[in-house]
Ligand binder design. Structure first.
Ligand code: PYC
Length: 316
């Protein structure tokens, strides 16, 4: 029998399951090297933690790691029902609130190492966290893709810590009652991008699709529906997706430094986004800051009985 200490939280509705103890030994390399060892040698552990019967398809897992950079408070590798994420905004907010719940950190700024770079998270009062994410940029504007059964769809390709295809004109009503239809619609777009060879930089797979529409509340600027890898939709407005959106807004001259963008999720929960500009970075690149709130929901032990045929979870 092996035991895994996990703490669950949700950030604006989207769950994060942090593995605090009982995780695999991945060595002391960079977080991206450790993520490859995780993927190669311990994928059964990933599945055991987030997939049924111990988890559920929409849970995002996070493995707490020793950082390789001593100036960082923690390292983290994010994963989900089908694989590994590059970065995760809602998950970083959940991680920081969980570390505070464990009395491991206090209010203020904390550097967190991820496989795609170091981010800085500021813990405020009331479980609120601002994440200064990795630099984000628009890679391509108004890219057309022919989607089977749908027709031609136009979107922007942007990096916000993951690769996104951002679509404003889609004819879909973005309501929580329609998540099945929106999931299928977005899945078809993702499939069409792959079939058409449309990628991010260096042939990177675009594994997130983001649909935008009008907000349901006049305080907010926009509502989104975000399809994540593993065909699960983000219950939060998606931290990396909001970062990608900020990069596109900046590229279109629609946001300035100091302005707040209130991005509403399909549930109606909100991330506040803003940008900073670092003149040493390539023109058009922004430094997104995403603010949201997380709550701890469970502190538990997962048990893996080696006689249990489903000890590695249900894997597809
Ligand atoms: O918040 O960046 C995010 C995220 C990615 C996938 C699910 N949430």
């Amino acid at each position: 029998m092996s035991s895994i200490h996990i703490i669950d939280s949700h950030t604006e509705g989207e769950p994060t399951r942090l593995v605090v103890a009982g995780g695999p030994e991945l060595g002391e390399g960079s977080l991206s090297e450790r993520r490859e060892i995780f993927r190669r040698d311990f994928d059964a552990f990933r599945s055991a933690v987030v997939n049924e019967p111990r988890g559920a398809d929409h849970i995002v897992g996070a493995l707490l790691c020793q950082p390789s950079d001593a100036s960082c408070t923690a390292g983290v590798i994010f994963f989900n029902n089908t694989g590994y994420l590059q970065m995760c905004g809602h998950g970083t907010i959940g991680l920081v609130v969980t570390l505070a719940h464990l009395d491991l950190i206090g209010l203020g700024k904390h550097r967190i190492e991820t496989p795609v770079g170091t981010v800085t998270a500021q813990l405020h009062e009331g479980n609120r966290v601002s994440v200064a994410n990795v630099p984000a940029y628009r890679f391509a504007k108004a890219v057309q893709v022919e989607v089977e059964g749908v027709g031609s769809i136009t979107g922007d390709i942007a990096w916000g810590g993951n690769w996104f295809f951002l679509v404003a004109e889609h004819g879909q009503e973005l309501s929580v009652q329609r998540v099945r239809e929106l999931t299928e619609f977005s899945r078809l777009i993702k499939e069409a991008l792959a079939k058409s060879g449309i990628t991010g930089h260096n042939g990177a797979e675009i594994d997130h699709v983001e649909l935008f529409g009008p907000p349901s509340h006049s305080d907010n600027h926009s509502r989104n529906f975000v399809l994540c890898p593993g065909d699960q939709y983000d219950r939060s407005p998606c931290g990396t997706g909001t970062s990608a959106k900020l990069a596109c807004l900046y590229a279109d001259g629609k946001i300035q430094v100091g302005q707040i963008w209130r991005q509403e999720s399909i549930l109606g929960t909100v991330f506040e986004g803003q940008i900073q500009i670092d003149p040493t970075l390539k023109n058009g690149t922004v430094l997104p800051i995403i603010t949201g709130t997380a709550y701890v929901t469970a502190d538990a032990k997962l048990l893996r009985d080696m006689n249990d045929p489903l000890r590695d979870g249900v894997r597809f």
